[in-house]
Design a protein around this ligand. Structure first.
Ligand SMILES: *[C@@H]1O[C@H](CO)[C@@H](O)[C@H](O)[C@H]1NC(C)=O
Ligand SMILES: *[C@@H]1O[C@H](CO)[C@@H](O)[C@H](O)[C@H]1NC(C)=O
Ligand SMILES: *[C@@H]1O[C@H](CO)[C@@H](O)[C@H](O)[C@H]1NC(C)=O
Ligand SMILES: *[C@@H]1O[C@H](CO)[C@@H](O)[C@H](O)[C@H]1NC(C)=O
Ligand SMILES: *[C@@H]1O[C@H](CO)[C@@H](O)[C@H](O)[C@H]1NC(C)=O
Ligand SMILES: *[C@@H]1O[C@H](CO)[C@@H](O)[C@H](O)[C@H]1NC(C)=O
Ligand SMILES: *[C@@H]1O[C@H](CO)[C@@H](O)[C@H](O)[C@H]1NC(C)=O
Ligand SMILES: *[C@@H]1O[C@H](CO)[C@@H](O)[C@H](O)[C@H]1NC(C)=O
Length: 655
């Protein structure tokens, strides 16, 4: 009997593999994720035990610690206060309780001298229980409680950490934020190498996740890393090594599992120093779902503007909702094939762009169609959006000596709207165009692209709307079925005894439509039609190059016009791809850059809150192909001169 028990115990132990995946800790009421991958170790073999004994909190493995830097030759009480105040102001992860254990490192030419007795009052005021430095301590017995000479192994930047009292390992402090607006599919943290792991931590919230953000103090911008420390999320169609991609589809997520490669577009942001914090919600396969009926597999993220129940648009739904909702998120990556960046930028009142087609590689990204897939960035600030896109799109550092001198003002708003401008919207648009005229020292030229086509088309087909009516629908359904749908169905069937995976009604209807409406022959004809339009746009249209300003003209039109579109309104079932041609398709067909910029907000009576709420009004700004850099410089200059303004998170753009 005894023998048997022993055998069971032994085999049980042999098979067990217990992994410490980190811990959720709460420091003075604020939740943090501690653990995962150690980044350094406290003390050397001789001093570690004593140091840890002095710093540890009774009964707990982790204790908070701050690594501070100073260039002072002698550390004064005022330096300590200045460090604490600055770290608290610069970073949302650092908080004063991290000072309980303080390690002071010198960045000056010589070791900073620390006279502990002259600091006693300040140490007690800031609740510093243990002060450590690699040397230079005087004024107290070295082994006295509260002061120690210690060293840290590893190259560990300044900032807050959690230290394990049993091992001395240092772990980055990640503050946990709730994702109340369901902007994310999952949070991720660095695996300490070249990949990421899914965040194994949640706090209390409805159906949502927690996202872990590392301290901003760990990062410093350099020439090579101009985006150091900026936190970003990516639409969940971009693969990230170590983490599964959903594409907004549960079957896809579980079928393919953790990805082996990070999309180069994401890697480039990481190389520029930006910090990835999670994968974000997407309309299924970046195709076309509306919130109430079509988001069957995953729930649609929430647009925080107005009453909080407005259509967030898509397909880059989560990235826009996140940037519009959370101060702790700086940027988000989305994609635009036919409006998937610009739609959500308009609905959520953000800066968000479609670049020149081909601006950045889209390998290891779930495709809609290579004909017009692009990747863009959302930001609350035009200056930040410009800085980030200019660093991100490497090939587009075009030289220019002036901004475009011709301002084309479209005669009609975007085809994504009802077309009707109310008086308050008209007034915002007029004011913006007047300021733009003054800024560019020009007066706007009314622009009617249909009329210009008719006048200058040469021997191209007469009816532009007819020529491009079905083109978009043809190539996206043709390409996504072949590049994604067909292999996905085959891989799933092979693993699930011939079964078909669930696909939302929108993409499924579009893929089915492609079999009869998007044959290879029709597809080839569509691509010819696109090239006819593109060549016209670059020679006779509004996308002519210019040697001084890159783009001869700047084309502007109202993009979102503050029209309520409630997410609880039932719409008809999807039957196929969008058809028709409007101004919003011009950038797609001509492959030219277009950015959405917020210009104001207008009131509406909410049927949800029964109060007056406000919705964003935005404009689209478009230039010639390859002129993304100039467009970004222009947006930054417009914000710096007060023509545009950065927006806030939450219900109001300008609270
Ligand atoms: C948790 O442990 C498992 C097993 O080692 C590992 O695959 C996963 O990446 C870990 N996650 C984190 C966040 O450490
Ligand atoms: C500390 O201990 C480790 C493991 O026993 C050893 O490899 C290392 O050389 C020691 N370091 C010092 C500074 O003694
Ligand atoms: C350290 O500070 C104490 C108290 O301010 C002072 O009396 C002492 O002279 C100082 N020691 C040195 C070495 O500066
Ligand atoms: C990652 O690589 C492994 C080994 O080659 C392979 O089995 C797996 O399918 C790959 N995963 C993905 C998502 O491609
Ligand atoms: C603005 O344009 C007008 C007419 O083209 C020109 O005379 C004037 O010098 C310009 N002003 C500035 C500030 O560039
Ligand atoms: C633009 O021009 C077309 C063709 O000349 C015309 O039918 C249309 O009414 C014009 N649109 C506007 C808004 O003026
Ligand atoms: C291409 O343009 C021609 C001429 O306008 C039109 O008849 C045809 O339907 C178009 N085909 C596609 C696939 O867009
Ligand atoms: C909201 O409703 C009130 C009362 O019916 C009306 O006076 C007001 O004009 C409405 N405001 C808007 C922005 O529609």
């Amino acid at each position: 009997m005894r023998r048997t028990l022993l055998l069971v115990a032994a085999s049980g132990l042999a098979g067990a593999s217990l992994v410490d995946n980190g811990t959720v800790v709460t420091l003075d009421g604020v939740p943090y994720y501690a653990g995962g991958v150690p980044v350094g170790q406290l003390g050397d073999n001789c001093t570690r035990r004593a140091l840890l004994a002095a710093a540890a909190l009774p009964g707990l493995d982790f204790f908070p610690m701050t690594i501070a830097e100073t260039s002072a030759a002698q550390l004064e009480a005022s330096d300590l206060l200045r460090i604490a105040t600055r770290y608290e102001a610069e970073d949302d992860v650092f908080r004063l309780p991290f000072l309980r254990t303080l390690y002071v490192r010198s960045t000056g030419a010589s070791q900073t001298r620390i006279n502990v007795s002259s600091l006693a009052a300040q140490l007690s005021h800031l609740n510093i229980a243990l002060l450590m430095a690699p040397g230079g301590l005087s004024g107290a017995e070295e082994d006295a409680t509260g002061v120690a000479t210690g060293r840290i192994r590893g190259t560990v930047p300044k900032g807050p950490y959690f230290v394990s009292a049993s091992s001395g390992h240092l772990y980055r402090a990640h503050r946990l934020y709730p994702d109340d607006n369901l902007a994310f599919v999952q949070g991720v943290v660095s695996d300490g190498r070249d990949g990421f792991v899914s965040l194994p931590a949640v706090t209390e919230n409805v159906m949502a996740k927690s996202i872990a953000v590392p301290s901003r103090l760990y990062f410093a911008t350099t020439e090579d890393q101009p985006l150091a420390g900026l936190r970003f999320g990516v639409k969940d169609i971009f693969h990230v090594r170590g983490v599964a991609t959903s594409g907004g589809n549960r079957a896809y997520f579980y079928l393919y599992g953790a990805q082996n490669a990070t999309a180069p577009a994401v890697q480039r942001l990481l190389d520029l120093g930006a910090v990835l914090v999670g994968k974000m919600g997407t309309v299924q396969f970046a195709n076309g779902d509306r919130p109430t009926a079509d988001w069957v597999d995953l729930h649609a993220p929430f647009n925080p503007r107005g009453d909080g129940y407005q259509d967030p648009s898509g397909s880059s739904t989560g990235p826009a909702a996140g940037v519009a909702s959370y101060d702790w998120l700086d940027l988000a990556v989305g994609s635009d094939t036919g409006g998937s960046m610009r739609g959500p930028a308009g609905a959520d009142g953000l800066f968000g762009n479609r670049p020149s087609t081909g601006a950045i590689p889209l390998d290891h990204v779930i495709p809609l169609s290579p004909v017009s897939d692009t990747a863009g960035l959302f930001s609350r600030s035009g200056v930040l959006w410009a800085r980030a896109t200019q660093a991100w799109y490497p090939a587009l550092r075009s030289h220019y000596t002036s901004f475009p001198r011709t301002l084309y003002r479209a005669v009609a708003p975007s085809d994504w709207t009802s077309g009707h401008l109310t008086a308050p919207v008209s007034s915002l648009v007029d004011t913006f165009v007047e300021k733009l005229e003054r800024f560019l020292n020009t007066s706007a030229t009314p622009a009617n692209y249909t009329a210009l086509w008719e006048e200058t088309r040469g021997d191209r087909p007469r009816d532009l709307a007819d020529m491009l009516h079905s083109t978009y629908g043809v190539y996206i359904t043709h390409d996504q079925w072949r590049l994604l749908g067909e292999p996905f169905f085959a891989d799933y069937a092979a693993k699930h005894d011939g079964r078909r995976p669930f696909v939302n009604p929108g993409p499924l209807a579009r893929w089915q439509w492609s079999r009869t409406h998007a044959t290879d022959e029709i597809y080839a004809q569509g691509l010819r039609n696109i090239s006819l339009f593109k060549s016209w746009y670059e020679t006779e249209g509004y996308g002519r190059p210019d040697s001084a300003s890159c783009s001869e003209g700047l084309y502007v039109y109202p993009w979102s016009i503050g029209e309520p579109s409630y997410r609880n309104v039932y719409t008809t079932a999807p039957t196929g791809p969008p058809l028709g041609f409007g101004d919003s398709s011009t950038a797609v067909m001509a492959g030219v850059p277009e950015v959405i910029v917020p210009i104001g907000e207008v009131p509406y009576n909410s049927t949800v809150t029964l109060r007056t709420e406000y919705l964003p009004v935005t404009m689209a700004l478009r230039v010639a192909r390859g002129c993304d850099y100039v467009l970004a410089s222009l947006v930054a200059a417009l914000e710096e001169s007060g023509v545009l303004r950065a927006v806030a998170t939450g219900p109001r753009l300008y609270p």
